[in-house]
Design a protein around this ligand. Structure first.
Ligand SMILES: [Mn+2]
Length: 430
């Protein structure tokens, strides 16, 4: 006899993996653990008849020759079973790190959801899956990856999701049974964080760092941290969430001020993100060490280490205000520029001449006039000490793609949209 088992407190990934197991191993009996999550209970109360499950007490364990374990690799997460490990063959499908089940055959990968591993195999073996099965599998996948948003999500998970949609997974069913964005669990976590909130001042920033243990995958933790930051009203808030079952530590940060770049802080501890928001998924470490690391990074003020001068392009081609329009036009054409900063004899920036200004030239003899007669004088520029957020805001406000960087009234570089894009994307984890 072959049986398939999964962890106590089964979630959708566990249930999906059980069902996928029955397709991959048609002779095996799926055993439902004694405890299952409430939303899963609701799902099963309606769908029970479609799936065939046994209970632990129905199994004649002396007949069990093969044990297939899915979505866990720890004995203590399984229901106690009267089996002798040496007498049976163990097959394992899992995506958690750590664990103590010594399997004879194992499919393991650190990946967003366990069901992804099994979908890959179903696909490979060209096994048919029904729309109801596809819906259940997608629920498992979405729950464990937070709708493909957790940092643990891989491309494989997204491919698997696409495959399930092809197999007619029903998104309406899924939204009915998956937890609400702000449900009971999120509310409990938020309340815990608020009750235990401590504020501290680090390098002139108001910071709150909250450490707590969580049970299983929780969706929308980042939303909870965001709400927490708003409620306790600090410049930046961090949640350090310890997931003992998965041996992971999830760090989520939110910042409300541009001087404190969460993406950089998270990148320096192995994660990534954007200036206002970021996360890191760490193998389980002492949360107080993580807290220390965050405080260290804030003290080091990561933001000041990246200045406009680090991302700007230089040297900058400029032209003197006294050269003729004719000559300026030639320089623009040769360099394929649509605009060039104009300087006076002291190298001070006084304007910009662009192809648009040339339309003001109406008479033939005007091409001998100096550039200063036609250039645009109200120029948008930025001081080199300003932040990357500052320059982005200027670009958005004035809808311009290139902004000269100024030091002591002299132009020392130009920041283009592409420089900023590179900067932001470089913050993302590799
Ligand atoms: Mn899982």
């Amino acid at each position: 006899m072959e049986i398939i088992v999964t962890h106590k407190g089964a979630d959708f990934d566990a249930l999906a993996s059980l069902i996928a197991g029955t397709i991959l191993y048609p002779d095996a009996v799926a055993v439902l653990p004694g405890s299952i999550n409430p939303n899963l209970k609701m799902f099963l109360s309606i769908h029970k008849d479609i799936f065939n499950f046994a209970c632990i007490k129905d199994i004649k364990f002396h007949e069990v020759k093969t044990l297939i374990v899915v979505d866990t690799n720890s004995w203590n997460r399984l229901e106690p079973m009267p089996i002798k490990k040496n007498d049976i063959k163990i097959i394992l499908w899992d995506h958690h790190t750590g664990g103590n089940i010594d399997a004879d055959y194992k499919v393991y990968k650190e990946i967003g959801a366990n069901i992804t591993l099994m979908i890959n195999q179903l696909k490979k073996q060209k096994k048919d899956i029904t729309p109801i099965q596809a819906s259940l599998f997608l629920m498992g996948l979405y729950e464990d990856t937070g709708n493909l948003s957790f940092p643990s999500t891989t491309a494989q998970d997204a491919y698997a999701a696409a495959y399930l949609l092809e197999k007619k997974a029903d998104l309406l069913i899924i939204s009915n049974f998956l937890r609400n964005a702000y449900g009971k669990k999120q509310k409990e976590i938020l309340f815990f964080m608020i009750q235990n909130a401590k504020r501290q001042e680090i390098a002139n920033f108001n910071i709150s760092i909250s450490i707590m243990e969580i049970q299983g995958q929780i969706q929308n933790l980042s939303m909870v941290v965001q709400m927490y930051r708003e409620i306790v009203n600090v410049d930046a808030a961090f949640g350090i969430f310890i997931d003992n079952a998965r041996n992971k530590c999830m760090v989520i940060g939110r910042s409300n001020i541009e001087e404190l770049n969460i993406g950089l802080i998270m990148k320096s501890i192995g994660g990534g993100g954007h200036p206002g928001a970021g996360a890191a998924l760490l193998n389980k470490t002492n949360p107080h060490v993580v807290e220390e690391m965050i405080i260290d990074r804030i003290k080091g003020n990561q933001q000041s280490s990246v200045l406009l001068s680090d991302i700007m392009s230089y040297p900058v081609l400029t032209i003197n205000q006294d050269i003729t329009i004719e000559k300026a036009g030639k320089i623009l054409r040769e360099n394929e520029y649509i605009g060039v900063p104009v300087v006076n004899e002291n190298e001070k920036m006084v304007g910009i001449i662009s192809t648009r200004d040339f339309k003001k030239v109406k008479k033939a003899n005007q091409i001998k006039s100096p550039v200063k007669a036609f250039m645009t004088r109200n120029i948008i520029s930025i001081s080199k000490n300003k932040s990357i957020m500052d320059v982005s805001k200027l670009m958005i406000k004035y809808d311009i793609g290139r902004i000269p960087v100024i030091e002591n009234e002299k132009i020392i570089g130009i920041v283009a949209r592409s420089d900023i894009m590179l900067y932001f994307y470089d913050l993302l984890p590799d």
